[in-house]
Design a protein around this ligand. Structure first.
Ligand code: ARG
Length: 256
């Protein structure tokens, strides 16, 4: 979902600063797609998601919102694409969604509780899933922990959308530091209750970006974060902000 946030011009490679990977290695990585809204060239991809059970996908609530109406978007052709590394192909499957649950506390204005669960109309039996971090876990969120984020989003911060899945390793940024990075105002407010930051705090260069939203931040083989928001992409002093899954895991488990 392309929030039109400007990216700084400096120091960006490619996600941003990472490298390509594939859904054979990350079989739980899925794309959210709507061909009627986003076109066919990249299979209609607009967000990422994570398969957490044969029928359930965790993503960001804001992926399912209409930015103009600030209401849940009506996308009759919403699909979850599984097993497709390269969005220009027809590999894997495009699975219809039978139910959408958006965290009732989600707020588009504050970006709080940015999490949703999709129910697949066709169970993905046998496809490996990624477990959720336990409710209340703290260890994966310690500053400096290495996390990996995955997605098909902008690789440069200048609107370059790849066909193939990318990944990048980003250190978790401590809550006190992120509070200083995003104290409020136009850049948004970081709130550790429901968010966690990751990125190269002092150098920048590595980050998620537009189109990666809803995708997983992974530590130790568990889903610990969801790409949510940030100022620009890969800027020093503006790390990526993620939904803090350990603060929402019980609510999500109620939906599984
Ligand atoms: N809101 C964006 C999206 O919808 C994700 C932005 C993430 N930005 C970042 N710098 N990590 O795709």
């Amino acid at each position: 979902m392309a929030l039109p946030l400007p990216a700084s011009a400096s120091g960006m490679l490619r996600i941003v600063g990472g490298n390509s990977t594939d859904t054979g290695q990350e079989p739980w990585m899925v794309a959210l797609a709507s061909r009627s809204v986003y076109g066919n060239s990249r299979s209609g991809q607009f967000c990422g998601g994570t398969l957490v059970s044969p029928t359930k996908v965790v993503t960001a609530a804001h992926c399912l919102y209409d930015e103009s109406t600030e209401r849940p978007a009506d996308r009759p052709d919403l699909r979850v694409i599984v097993g497709r590394t390269d969005l220009s192909t027809s590999d894997g499957a495009e699975v219809p969604v039978s139910r959408v649950w958006i965290d009732p506390d989600y707020s588009m204005s504050s970006n709080m509780w940015d999490i949703a669960v999709l129910t697949l109309a066709v169970p993905q039996t046998g496809r490996p899933v990624l477990p959720l971090v336990p409710q209340g876990a703290t260890a994966p969120y310690l500053a400096g922990t290495t996390a990996t984020v995955y997605g098909w989003g902008d690789t440069s911060g200048r609107g370059q959308y790849p066909y193939v899945l990318h990944q990048v390793q980003v250190p978790v940024v401590g809550d006190a530091v992120c509070q200083r990075d995003y104290p409020g105002g136009p850049d948004g407010t970081f709130r550790a209750r429901a968010m966690v930051c990751a990125g190269e705090q002092s150098r920048g260069g590595k980050d998620a970006c537009q189109g990666d939203s809803g995708g997983p931040l992974v530590v130790g083989g568990q889903l610990v974060g969801l790409v949510s928001w940030g100022t620009g992409c890969a800027e020093a002093g503006h790390p990526g902000v993620y939904s803090r899954v350990a603060a929402m895991a019980n609510a999500v488990r109620g939906q599984l």
